[in-house]
Design a protein around this ligand. Structure first.
Ligand code: HEM
Length: 396
């Protein structure tokens, strides 16, 4: 069987697993964060209980209680939340390897940004992921980590630096996913290296009848709160390959920071709301950042709309498509990187070119296509394609 076809299946199965695991993990993070925020003093005044929440769901009532240092005995069956995180990372990293390392020249490297060899790009990518964890972990253990506001400032500064470095090394799309992989790795490492080990120590102490050190739980809680604020930014980055308007922009790093910040602000709104505080200012601030970004990156109404420009014939458009686009955008692409046309866009017949005009024009306008301009579409050709679409995409 053809290698590109098998890679397509691997892509689908890993993506499916990744999104399912991510949903389970983020769902758990949202659930426990909201639960923690909404705990109220226990009705029976049990001194071991930090707080409790009554809930109605699935046709019944639940009483959930949080014991700071354990309930005083070790329950026979204890549920742990960790495999959602581990599987999100395993499947995400495998997908990252398959797409961005396996086809580094197409997705990770842009010679106009830096002319890296695939192995150099992969080495830099792995090194940055590791470095992000080492630096973040050190900051968390320093006095900055104990101060929520200082940590938020350090987080935004660290993100800006990571985004700037990634966009100075990799293609726009590769840079966004690189930063997403770095944040996702921090989150998974928080679970593996801090939260779960701390909980294991608590369980071991309870089993041995020893006192539980409250710091074990506090360290875990700190990382779990960080993970919660990182969820919306990471999901934006994971979805970003569909939206070249961000990563093709000359200020791609700044847009990344702005959108991530908007996500964290919206999360703050919900976290406060679960505590019973409705602070619309966080929500409004997040929405304002998104609106400002939308205005900032709005494409100029350029040459494509000028009536004075000479009319572009369909024959010219088809000739350009044939030379620059069709090797990928045909039912069975001749470009070995693709087993099927990207996003199902077909440009090999006049009817298809016309029908999908709005869709491919957006890719041409934002310079997302051809990827890294691998087929050498010239500025003049790009302008002609857009002018033809703007003039009504007529088949002459
Ligand atoms: C909290 C952690 C994470 C969440 C919630 C998450 C979520 C997602 C989602 C929703 C998608 C979109 C799928 C689509 O649009 O088709 C995605 C794609 C992806 N994720 Fe993640 N992910 C996480 C962590 C990671 C990590 C740690 C890595 C790599 C180390 C990773 C690598 C990828 C890759 C390579 C893709 C495909 C991107 C593309 O289509 O170009 N993810 N992820």
């Amino acid at each position: 069987m053809d290698g590109a076809y098998l890679a397509e299946w691997a892509n689908l199965l890993l993506r499916w697993l990744h999104v399912i695991a991510a949903m389970a993990w983020i769902g758990t993070s949202f659930y426990f964060m909201a639960l923690d925020q909404s705990l109220r003093p226990p009705r029976d005044g049990d001194p071991l209980v930090r707080g409790e929440q009554w809930a109605v769901h699935g046709g019944g009532f639940y009483l959930k209680r949080k014991f700071w240092a354990g309930p005083g005995f070790l329950p026979e069956k204890l549920h742990w939340s960790k495999w959602e995180a581990y599987w999100t990372w395993i499947s995400g990293f495998a997908l990252f390897v398959l797409i961005y390392y396996g086809q580094a020249s197409t997705y990770l490297i842009d010679p106009d940004v830096m002319d890296l060899s695939p192995w150099q790009a992969i080495g830099l990518s792995l090194g940055l992921i590791l470095l992000a964890w080492v630096v973040y972990d050190l900051i968390c253990r320093s006095p900055i980590g104990q101060d929520g506001v200082a940590m938020a400032v350090a987080g935004v500064a660290g993100l800006a630096l990571a985004a700037w470095i990634a966009t100075s090394l990799f293609s726009g799309r590769g840079a966004y996913l690189q930063v997403g992989a770095m944040i996702g790795t921090l989150m998974a490492a928080n679970v593996l290296m801090v939260i779960i080990p701390g909980q294991k120590k608590m369980v071991a102490a309870i089993a041995a009848g020893r006192e539980v050190d409250p710091r074990w739980g506090a360290f875990g809680k700190q990382r779990s709160v960080h993970n919660n604020y990182m969820t919306l930014p990471v999901v934006f980055l994971m979805l970003s390959p569909h939206y070249p308007m961000f990563w093709q922009h000359e200020r791609a790093w700044l847009l990344l920071v702005a959108m991530a910040l908007a996500g964290a602000l919206v999360r703050q709104f919900f976290n406060l709301r679960h505590r019973g505080i409705t602070a619309y200012d966080f929500w409004v601030l997040g929405a304002t950042v998104v609106v400002l970004v939308a205005v900032f990156i709005a494409p100029p109404r350029r040459a494509e709309t000028t009536a004075a420009a000479p009319a572009v014939t369909f024959a010219e458009v088809q000739q350009i498509m044939q030379a620059r686009c069709v090797e990928c955008n045909m039912p069975r692409p001749t470009n070995p990187a693709f087993a099927s046309p990207p996003k199902g866009v077909l440009l090999h017949t006049p009817a298809q070119i016309r029908r999908q005009a709005a869709s491919w024009a957006q890719q041409v306008r934002t310079e997302a296509m051809p990827p890294n301009n691998s087929t050498g579409l010239t500025e003049e050709e790009r302008a002609k394609l857009l002018a033809w679409v703007a003039a009504g995409a007529k088949l002459d």
